[in-house]
Design a protein around this ligand. Structure first.
Ligand code: SF4
Length: 221
């Protein structure tokens, strides 16, 4: 079976077994492939976006363009503190304590939202990072609250090239930042172009000794 068929089948089977599925989407290229596969099966699926307030303007514009085009159910997750409130209280945490910043703006809001779901679809791929090299198509995640949910990674074995080939075949737009040389795109203050061309995530939190924001590291079985 080719990878597109295998991913579509995985999505279909996981949705059939789920009472309350959701998808976390940061609108990177792989996310848009998974989004497209999911919407074919379940057009009303909640699409969770972690709106940290620190994304590139291009990401917000692309999110809205894609939402208009595909008509999905966008759930914008906001942290308790606005960006301005956080900076007034703690300064530029993304420089001084990025783990705490990610905890406040990503991990906390996401884990709170995920407690309403039994199945969590992602756009993770093994090739993205050494921390993802052992990624499995089906995993289990346990939140700090003890809530357990299935985690489904339909593109676990896809390459960067295969992701962009899918977008081209389906005539789906991609984030314009890729054309500027970005290969992995998160919050603007913590995203640079890759320092090592063979490691797409080497521009994320560059020089801060950090590889992940934390949402994919907690309590996986
Ligand atoms: Fe803050 Fe950077 Fe984490 Fe975004 S990626 S939440 S700006 S530390």
């Amino acid at each position: 079976m080719d990878k597109v068929k295998a991913a579509q089948e995985l999505v279909r089977e996981a949705l059939a077994k789920s009472q309350s599925p959701c998808f976390t989407c940061s609108f990177q290229a792989e996310d848009v492939v998974v989004l497209h596969l999911l919407l074919r099966e379940k057009p009303d699926l909640p699409v969770l976006f972690l709106d940290t307030g620190y994304h590139f303007p291009e990401v917000y514009a692309y999110r809205d363009e894609l939402q208009r085009r595909l008509g999905f159910r966008l759930v914008n997750l906001l942290p308790e503190l606005s960006r301005e409130e956080q900076e007034r209280l703690y300064g530029r945490l993304y420089e001084t304590d990025p783990n705490r910043c990610c905890e406040i703006r990503k991990v906390g809001p996401l884990f709170q939202a995920l407690s309403a779901y039994d199945t969590w679809f992602t756009g993770l791929r093994r090739e993205q990072s050494p921390t993802r090299a052992n990624l499995q198509p089906l995993e289990e995640a346990t939140l700090p609250s003890g809530h357990r949910l299935k985690k489904v990674n339909p593109l676990y074995d896809w390459t960067f090239k295969e992701v962009f080939a899918y977008l081209a075949v389906q005539d789906l737009p991609y984030l314009p930042l890729y054309d500027q040389g970005y290969l992995s795109i998160g919050c603007a203050p913590c995203t640079a172009k890759p320092l090592d061309p063979s490691d797409p995530r080497s521009g994320r939190w560059a020089g801060k000794g950090k590889l992940e924001c934390g949402i994919h590291l907690h309590g996986e079985a």
